[in-house]
Design a protein around this ligand. Structure first.
Ligand code: SF4
Length: 358
């Protein structure tokens, strides 16, 4: 049997240990003949160390667009010619969105703002929103508000935020090709503040921004070193008006190898398909990815782009859970909504259209 298959089986599957950088690189370079078996090992690793559940989750944006940072993939930057207008939601709309999420079975509600880091005014607004939401809805709150100081992390923990999302985005060695207005280290420091304050971390990034396979392996191992509870895995969706608008899509085979590599680098983490998955993987690839190590997806639409209809996500989840279920195991699902997008009359329901009409 091929070396990397033996190592992946012993280390990640049997012992629950993450692969090292060279081993991850070997996964990324695996020949086509070995891909199905690698995905199978990644899937078994997920089932053994995370269980059969697949989580389907939603996100809502408190402030969309107009961000002062220059992340070259992001249509929410106010520095590019991207067609995302700056909009904000009010508290009543957030509460309504949280209620809808709960109704659909979500256990977590994530509040996101497109900012470098929160001002005190934004933190006060988030605090008010959390009180209003938790008064009426039984749901745990996560947040994604950019770079934090230790004091800001403490404030969020005291407000009741249980999980904080902050991506490292890419390998440290590639970061300056993607962002020039803040550093990789500032992002890492934020994750340390979040961890030190006792909140869970959700930390991932984007594949396909021009990084090499070596840098993808570096990134997977750097992510593993943060020990995040959740890793959102995005594939670049080249947005018009951004500096990366002309980057090619990640080919399906490369994307599937990356899914397996992430699972084998982090056997116990929740690995969530996020933006661009439907582009890089396609329908059959999304299912293959859910059978190849991923165990969570963001349902419906993403923050600034249109993803897949929710029903198709649910079908993928159903199939993945069926494939992972064993006698005596009870599959569970965390379903949410993602009501922020760019156009009205989308066919996604009244709440979606109300929120996106701002
Ligand atoms: S990724 Fe975040 S920090 Fe960077 S431009 Fe987009 S919203 Fe701003």
């Amino acid at each position: 049997m091929h070396d990397i298959l033996v190592v992946a089986r012993e280390k990640a599957l049997e012992n629950g240990e993450g692969l090292g950088e060279q081993e991850v690189l070997a996964v990324l370079n695996a020949e086509d003949d070995h891909l199905t078996e690698l995905l199978g090992i990644a899937h078994q690793t997920r089932i053994k160390h995370c269980g059969v559940d697949v989580s389907l989750e939603g996100i809502i944006s408190l402030k969309t667009g107009g961000c002062p940072e220059d992340c070259h993939f992001c249509s929410q930057s106010g520095l590019f010619e991207s067609p995302v207008r700056a909009v904000t939601l009010d508290i009543a709309e957030l509460v309504e969105a949280a209620k809808q999420s709960e109704k659909m079975g979500a256990s977590e509600f994530c509040i996101v703002a497109a900012v470098k880091g929160p001002t005190q005014k934004l933190l006060d607004q988030v605090a008010e929103a959390i009180v209003a939401i938790t008064d009426e809805v039984d749901i745990s709150i996560s947040a994604s508000l950019g770079i934090l100081t230790r004091d800001q992390a403490r404030q969020l923990r005291e407000m009741g935020v249980s999980r904080y999302n902050h991506n490292l985005e890419t390998a440290r060695s590639f970061f300056t090709n993607v962002v020039t207005t803040h550093t990789w280290q500032e992002r890492k420091d934020t994750l340390e503040h979040v961890r030190a304050e006792g909140m869970e971390t959700c930390c991932g990034g984007i594949i396909g921004m021009g990084e090499t396979l070596e840098q993808r392996a570096e990134f997977a191992v750097q992510l593993a070193s943060v020990e995040p509870e959740e890793v959102p895995l995005n594939f670049l969706d080249p947005r018009p008006g951004t500096p990366f608008s002309d980057r090619p899509l990640v080919p399906q085979g490369e994307a599937l190898r990356m899914v397996a590599a992430m699972r084998l680098a982090m056997p116990r983490t929740q690995l969530r398909f996020a933006g661009g998955t439907e582009l890089a993987l396609g329908d059959d690839g999304t299912e293959a990815g859910l059978l190849g190590g991923a165990n969570a997806i963001i349902g419906g639409n993403y923050l600034t782009t249109f993803g897949r209809p929710m029903e198709r996500d649910r079908d993928a989840v159903d199939q993945a859970m069926e494939a992972g279920a064993k006698p005596g195991m009870k599959p569970g699902m965390n379903i949410g909504i993602t009501p922020v997008g760019q156009k009205r009359d989308s066919g996604n329901g009244a709440l979606y259209d109300t929120l996106t009409a701002l």
